[in-house]
Design a binder for this molecule. Structure first.
Ligand code: FE
Length: 139
């Protein structure tokens, strides 16, 4: 992975074989980013996405392997308990050009990932809401 900061934006490249979520977290930690947004595209060969079951309040996970384009990754950066907290959603396209997506748990990059982080010079944390079963924004 590599990155270049341009003012309040960071241009990100994540390389073949690297895990996307961990890599983005590492960059946020290195640059001390506590609030921002992220978007990008690329390719993955192994990706796990989740769907929040609002009745059980648990994520139903599914793994996709083989060549997939990351047609879109969109997410935000906040903190929780002093740690970087990424909330990322992803859409992937397969060999039939069909798209699938969900809440991103992990993705191994198969060619490259190109992202842009928009830094907001502030801080927002999260707190767990039992009724929803999610760590919601504390504003
Ligand atoms: Fe989500």
């Amino acid at each position: 992975m590599d990155y270049k900061q341009c003012g309040n934006r960071v241009i990100v490249r994540i390389d073949k074989g690297e895990e996307l979520v961990d890599s983005l977290k590492t960059i946020c930690k290195k640059l001390d980013i506590k609030l921002g947004s992220i978007y990008g595209l690329g390719a993955t060969e192994k990706v796990t996405v989740g769907l929040m079951n609002t009745k059980t309040k648990k994520y139903q996970s599914k793994e996709f392997t083989g060549d997939h384009e990351i047609t879109s990754l969109l997410g935000n950066i906040t903190t929780m308990n002093g740690e970087v907290y990424l909330h990322l959603h992803i859409t992937i396209g397969n060999v039939e050009h069909k798209t699938m997506g969900g809440h991103l748990t992990s993705a191994v990059i198969s060619a490259t990932f190109e992202g842009i982080i928009d830094i907001i010079d502030d801080q927002v944390t999260r707190e767990y809401h039992e009724d929803v079963g999610l760590n919601l924004l504390k504003l």
